[in-house]
Design a protein around this ligand. Structure first.
Ligand SMILES: C[S@@+](CC[C@H](N)C(=O)[O-])C[C@H]1O[C@@H](n2cnc3c(N)ncnc32)[C@H](O)[C@@H]1O
Length: 200
């Protein structure tokens, strides 16, 4: 568990009592599962880590659309993992598994891609480092998060989230090479690759 949230923009951890708001398929109108898959552009049979998967709404939707993928739905909160396991069972999908942070070791350097949806503003520096370590040099982490510069009827307060340029700067400081993709109505979309280590 990441008790050290140093570096996170949002002061508190996501409250599992609010899980139901994550499970609302109305979210697909402004962040569609198909748009995430298009941005991730995963090769056949890749392993996708959904970092901070919450209730699994998106992990399951992506797994249903791409049965060839293996999706590891990671969450650090036991209550969310419980919710996630039940949702996976109800959906009857076999290519998505719920995983706690003890799964990170086995995934290190082996993820075909990482999805971080509505999660960057919650991640401390240590967790962001762990996310980066999952990626081999040619893989992408897709950071899709609420845009602080957009007036919106949904999502966290604007001062709990990043502007696209602040998010890009934070990711660069954490060792990513960052490409800004076309924004969604309420979200920025940043693709991060592990930056080459510069020689001393
Ligand atoms: C706002 S929710 C978003 C959930 C999901 N991505 C979605 O969009 O429906 C953020 C989730 O990330 C999880 N989380 C935060 N920091 C984490 C970390 N370091 N490792 C794993 N999960 C984390 C929280 O427990 C919470 O379930």
């Amino acid at each position: 568990m990441h008790h050290d949230r140093h570096g996170a923009k949002q002061p508190g951890r996501f409250d599992p009592a609010r899980a139901a708001i994550l499970d609302d398929t109305a979210r697909f109108a402004y962040v569609s599962p198909d748009s995430l898959l298009a941005e991730l552009a995963l090769p056949p049979s890749a392993t996708l880590a959904d970092f901070g998967a919450g209730t699994g709404l998106y992990a399951i939707a992506l797994a249903q659309r791409r049965p060839d993928l293996r999706i590891v739905a990671l969450d650090e909160q036991p209550q969310m993992l419980e919710y996630l396991r039940n949702a996976i069972e109800r959906a009857g999908v076999t290519n998505v598994e719920a995983a706690d942070p003890s799964a990170l070791d086995a995934l290190r350097g082996r993820a075909g891609g990482v999805l971080a949806l509505n999660v960057l503003h919650e991640l401390g520096d240590a967790a962001l480092g762990e996310l980066r370590a999952l990626l081999p040099s040619d893989a992408v982490a897709l950071f899709v998060d609420w845009n602080a510069e957009v007036e919106r009827p949904v999502g966290p307060p604007r001062d709990h989230v990043y502007s696209p340029s602040d998010a890009k700067r934070r990711l660069e400081a954490a060792g990513f090479t960052v490409e800004m993709r076309a924004p969604l109505p309420y979200h920025f979309v940043l693709a991060g690759r592990p930056a080459p280590i510069s020689p001393p």
